[in-house]
Design a protein around this ligand. Structure first.
Ligand code: NAD
Length: 325
């Protein structure tokens, strides 16, 4: 049994990672500031699923505040075997409106955490980066060795900056890092600022569906349980490795919508809007490194994963249909 700190534990991916670690018999101190980036009731709902375990402790804390992180490590005690750093301001589009909050959280917040990890002798950190660092200049599947110097949004820039900070901390302090680049993660209780939950709700409730662009943009949607499994697998010592966690099966958004229509048995009323300039036209993960290094492959195809999201929506409809979008 090991002791882990998970930042962003009330977030979408953080709640699944925490749940899996607890199921594997580990102890977790989870931190989150429960910010209002989106409806806080969804974060509270996720926390409620976790709080049943005695081996879980939640600390409401802000990684932008150095003294607050110190308190978290004091609570975790000396035996922290690794930190899984998922807390962030996520999402591409809002980063264009308010890039400062992204830098304060994703760069300064990460720096504060790395500093605390050095002071507390943490040997392993898993950091959540993003497929958005690949920008638009890639054809075919994105391999980790591709140049990532031309990002298209302040969000992607903040993730790229944090990746580089991690590398410098590996160089200076010998901390072992796994940098994971996630690809459009979806599943039950997912983020309301992302298309999967929005599309399910709009189609289910018969409300017009807003589609940015013409629907031919492709996304490598990856199911959240697969991602959580990959995160846990990446806790082993690796030195410093950047690894994609994607599905390796990109689909056009229009196909994604059709799949949801089929599952719900209703047609979407699509309202098209101009494509957003910070959005990339396609994402596609080369996952051969994850397969070779982590022995990880995704298990959920899009139909199965979306089916579970639709089931969750139905079971939690009174909350899900009132979540602020
Ligand atoms: P999320 O917004 O649901 O979770 C992030 C959590 O971090 C939230 O609960 C938020 O309250 C918390 N947080 C934000 N600022 C904080 C701060 N200053 N102090 C403490 N907690 C703070 O997002 P998610 O989709 O679960 O993403 C998790 C990580 O994965 C993020 O780093 C994100 O950038 C990355 N990522 C996600 C996706 C995806 O498709 N969901 C894709 C690529 C990368």
């Amino acid at each position: 049994m090991s002791n882990y700190i998970v930042t962003g534990c009330a977030g979408f991916i953080g709640s699944y990672v925490t749940k899996l670690l607890l199921e594997q018999g580990h102890r977790v101190v989870g931190i989150d500031n429960l910010n209002s980036a989106y409806d806080i009731r969804l974060k509270e709902w996720r926390l409620k699923q976790l709080d049943v375990k005695e081996s879980f402790r939640f600390v409401r804390s802000d990684i932008r505040v150095r003294s607050a992180i110190k308190d978290v490590f004091d609570i975790a005690g000396n035996g922290c075997d690794g930190v899984i750093h998922l807390a962030a301001y996520a999402g591409v589009r809002y980063s264009v409106e308010n890039p400062w909050i992204y830098y304060e959280t994703n760069v300064t917040g990460t720096l504060n955490l790395l500093d605390a990890c050095v002071k507390n002798g943490v040997k392993k950190i898993v950091f959540a980066s993003s497929s958005s660092v690949y920008g638009n200049n890639v054809s075919g599947a994105f391999s980790e060795s591709i140049n990532t110097d031309r990002v298209l949004s302040p969000y992607a820039a903040s993730k790229k900056a944090a990746e580089e900070l991690c590398f410098s901390y590996k160089h200076l302090h010998g901390i072992d890092f796994t940098i994971l680049r996630f690809f459009t993660v979806y599943g039950p209780a997912g983020r309301p600022d992302m298309s999967p939950l929005r599309f399910v709700r709009w189609i289910y409730e018969g409300v017009p569906l807003t589609l940015y662009g013409n629907g031919t943009q492709r996304r490598d949607f990856t199911y959240v349980d697969d991602v959580a499994r990959g995160v846990c697998a990446s806790l082993k010592p690796l030195g410093y490795e950047i690894i994609n966690l994607g599905n390796n099966k990109p689909i056009e958004i229009i196909e994604f919508i059709k799949t949801i229509e089929g599952l719900i048995g209703k047609k979407a009323v699509v309202h098209k809007k101009e494509a957003h300039s910070a959005d990339v036209s396609a994402t596609w993960a080369d996952i051969s490194k994850a397969r070779d290094v982590l022995k990880w492959l995704p298990k959920y195809d899009i139909r199965k994963g979306l089916g579970l999201l639709v089931d969750w929506y139905e079971e939690n409809r009174s909350l899900a249909k009132t979540i602020e979008l």
